[in-house]
Design a protein around this ligand. Structure first.
Ligand code: BES
Ligand code: ZN
Ligand code: ZN
Length: 460
């Protein structure tokens, strides 16, 4: 999509506040939308409701309006900003790029693409570099969506590792380490190995270090859960919960998205992207329920449920990173528990942390980007609920009515040890089973790319 400071697009989008619309029979309520023809050109009016401060009503309205333009089969659109403020312009760009997304590789008839986006900068007050950054980050969101939506038979652990390789190869600030199945076994990442060993497509661990700030040595680690299909293992998932499990690598997809944006924008920061990738299968080599497995640094885990596999691959990755990369902090993005969907639905992600300052900063990044989070507690009773009598820890609690999102976090907390850590459970937010609504398309949403970008690349 080209970003242009011009007029004469094939369609125009205007925004109106409630009761101030001036458009006949259109009130301007939030999420209201109407298309009119003026001089034979479509003008799409999108309502913003009464609240003039809510940027994310604007983001949703802009997304819906661009979708309407696409349905009218126009390939260029001008967005008239409701307020001439840089942040509105950035959100308009993000919204247009994200609205243009379609998982169309398997469609015989492809939807229209928006080729040109026009924003008028009459007073010369917009920072166009920042607008191009917004565009690149939104393209990275679409990239993450594609990875999550793509078939599990295509997106294998090796495929995710290859994506990391491809991105790293385009950027001189990036260095790469990929552990294949042999190295995962040799180096004793036994939990990652256990989860992935039943599959015909063996596990990988991809780690890319990005160094954009040569003056500083510290780097925060972003870890994305990369289950390319979660069958549940021997605790096989049943109909009703297995259908969407190709997207159990959405955390990995979003971390790769951030990496991809960094490879283009080259921000002056350091970070590490780590992708533990495995496919959890059933079969003669599948790992066993009830067995004890030893983590990279030697902690023993009694596996009471093979479907609680995400925490296993994250645990080995945390320990490997801490021992070999010494990250200043670890942030993991993971489709970890069904229970977080019950707790917070599909628009708010669950956040858990051992560090109040880090949690607050990430919370604020959520408020700035609209990728919202709510912090959940971890207390002693949750740590107690995963005590094992034959190993250092259980991978699931035996207590009925245990808060399973929290006990999952309590498990991860043990492996983060003293490193400041923040876990973001995106099981709800990374996928939309319903119809497209605002910035959330149907199926993969790419949640986390904008959030993590905002966190690692501070605004001036
Ligand atoms: N990948 C699932 C969690 C999930 C559920 C992601 C729904 C996206 C949508 C995870 O590996 C899992 O199976 N979790 C179990 C844990 C349980 C066995 C303690 C769950 O949440 O049921
Ligand atoms: Zn599972
Ligand atoms: Zn899973």
């Amino acid at each position: 999509m080209n970003l242009l400071n011009q007029e004469n697009a094939a369609a125009t989008i205007r925004f109106v506040y409630e009761n101030e619309s001036g458009v006949t029979d259109f009130e301007g309520k939030a999420s209201g939308i109407t298309a009119r023809y003026e001089d034979d050109k479509p003008v799409v009016y999108a309502g913003l409701g009464k609240n003039k401060e809510d940027l994310f009503v604007f983001a949703d309205a802009a997304t819906e309006a661009v979708r309407r333009v696409k349905r009218l089969k126009k390939t260029s659109v001008e967005i008239c900003l409701p307020q001439s403020v840089q942040r509105y312009a950035e959100i308009a760009v993000e919204a247009a790029v994200m609205a243009d997304y379609a998982f169309d590789g398997y469609l015989s008839e492809k939807p229209v693409k928006i080729e040109d986006l026009y924003l008028r900068d009459r007073e010369n007050e917009l920072d166009w570099d920042k607008l191009h950054e917004a565009k690149t980050v939104a393209e990275a969101v679409n990239y993450a969506r594609n990875l999550s939506n793509e078939n599990a038979a295509v997106v294998t652990p090796e495929y995710l590792a290859q994506e990391a390789r491809n991105i790293a190869a385009t950027c001189e600030n990036m260095s790469l380490e990929i552990l294949d199945d042999g190295e995962i076994r040799e180096k004793n990442l036994n939990l990652l190995w256990a989860v992935g060993k039943g599959s015909a497509t063996p596990p990988r661990l991809a780690i890319v270090s990005y160094r954009g700030d040569k003056e500083s040595n510290g780097a925060c680690a972003l870890v994305g859960k990369g289950l390319t299909f979660d069958s549940g293992g021997l605790n096989l998932k049943s109909a009703g919960s297995i259908e969407t499990m190709k997207h159990d690598m959405s955390g990995a997809a979003s971390v790769l998205g951030v990496l991809k944006a960094a490879s283009v924008l080259k921000p002056k920061v350091n970070f590490i992207a780590a992708i533990p990738a495995a496919q959890s299968a059933i079969g003669k080599d599948a790992f066993f329920v009830g067995d004890v497995y030893r983590s990279y640094s030697g902690k023993t885990v009694e596996v009471l449920n093979t479907d609680a596999e995400g925490r296993l691959i994250l645990a080995d990755t945390f320990e490997y990173l801490i021992a070999n990369y010494k990250p200043t902090e670890i942030i993991d993005l993971a489709t970890l528990t069904g229970a977080i969907v019950i707790a917070l639905g599909d628009t708010i992600a669950g956040m858990f942390s051992n560090n109040d300052e880090l949690a607050q900063k990430i919370f604020e990044a959520g408020e700035r980007t609209g990728e919202r989070l709510w912090r959940m507690p971890i207390r002693q009773e949750h740590r107690d609920a995963i005590k094992s009598e034959i190993a250092d820890v259980l991978n699931t609690s035996t207590i009925k009515r245990s808060a399973s999102s929290i006990t999952a976090a309590a498990f991860l907390e043990k492996f983060a040890a003293d490193t400041p850590w923040c876990h973001i459970d995106i099981a709800g937010t990374s996928w939309n089973d319903g119809a497209a609504k605002g910035v959330r398309p149907k199926y993969a949403t790419g949640f986390g790319v904008r959030l993590l970008w905002d966190y690692i690349v501070p605004r001036p």
